[in-house]
Ligand binder design. Structure first.
Ligand code: DGY
Length: 326
């Protein structure tokens, strides 16, 4: 008998077809947003689940789903997983690194440019029929090329952004990360490690690319915003909760910070009303990895993790490989 897997959200039909060659597949092509209780009900008798970042997998769910052996996330971020609880329960976790790195770095840069050069704001002005003459300071924004790009979190995506800044835009790149990159990687990225304080004080444009965890919660709050240049822009393509959105909205409203570009939010898809009221913020709905080829590659990798593990005991990108050893 084929193992049973649940695909918890809508996904590319070709990925469902591929899974159906190997598994008894239950799917959710209507993309119903199940509550944790409904998810647990759907998971009864399933050995694997294909998740996105919006299904929480924690001890309570695992206790209710004793047949579950693997959760394959279609995302590089996995803060929806309680990894310790999964390891404790002997349930494998996988994610989708690498396949989205360059696409996400492209988007980070796009959001930086849109924010600094006030692209959304000026388009709304034009569409509203308010453009009736050229003016010397009309939507004059911040310079990007040649300025200082700060990066908080210097994994693969951060490194991709550093290269775009250094080689594409002649920017001076500084970064802060818990662990410093080796000399060769720093040279490849043309990036220099600095303390977090120096990063905040010296960045003309600050890009957030660090993973979310209890330790990174509100890494950028009122105190950090107060250390940044008034002319700076802040871009968050990492995760909601890394920025204190209420504090950010206050800084944008008072002019303490010039502008922000946000792809992720605390409590998304709900966006803090004070951010919605700010003109100097570009808001996008968590789409940094959203190109057709990249989203397909992410879905294929999540499916390949299910196939690799449940059929051959060999997942491609395990997050808690201790489970395999056990
Ligand atoms: C990721 O891969 O982590 C993206 O944010 C999509 O959820």
């Amino acid at each position: 008998m084929k193992p049973a897997v649940l695909v918890a959200r809508a996904v590319f039909p070709e990925v469902l077809d591929k899974l159906a060659q190997h598994f008894e597949v239950s799917s959710n092509q209507d993309d119903v947003l199940w509550t944790p209780t409904e998810l647990a009900q759907q998971l009864q008798g399933q050995q694997g689940v294909f998740t996105t970042g919006s299904q929480r997998i924690d001890a309570a769910l695992l206790a209710a789903c004793p047949d579950l052996k693997i959760c394959a996330n279609m995302a590089v971020g996995y803060n929806n997983f309680d990894l310790d609880a999964m390891t404790e329960a002997g349930v494998l976790a996988t994610n989708t690194p690498d396949v989205l790195t360059e696409t996400t770095a492209d988007f980070g840069f796009a959001l930086l440019l849109a924010t600094a050069r006030r692209i959304s704001e000026s388009e709304h002005f034009l569409r509203a029929g308010l453009w009736n003459h050229w003016r010397y300071d009309l939507f004059a924004g911040a310079e990007v090329h040649g300025r200082t790009l700060g990066i908080l979190g210097m994994g693969r995506i951060g490194q991709g952004i550093a290269k775009r800044g250094a080689f594409g835009f002649g920017m001076k790149v500084i970064y802060h990360n818990r662990s410093r990159l080796d000399d060769a990687t720093e040279a490849t990225c043309q990036a220099r490690w600095v303390s977090k304080e120096e990063l905040l004080r010296n960045s003309d444009h600050l890009m957030l690319v660090l993973p979310y965890s209890a330790a990174s919660h509100h890494s950028i709050g009122q105190l950090e915003l107060a250390q940044m240049k008034h002319t700076a822009t802040l871009v968050n393509i990492a995760r909601g909760g890394i920025v204190d959105d209420a504090a950010l909205a206050a800084a944008l409203r008072t002019g303490q910070l010039a502008a922000a570009g946000l792809d992720v939010f605390e409590g998304e898809p709900v966006v803090h009303p004070d951010l919605l009221a700010c003109h100097n913020v570009v808001l996008t709905p968590h789409i940094a990895s959203a190109t057709q080829p990249t989203r397909l590659a992410m879905a294929q990798l999540a499916a390949d993790n299910l196939i690799g593990f449940l059929l051959h005991g060999k997942p491609l990108t395990p997050l808690n490989p201790q489970v395999l050893a056990a």
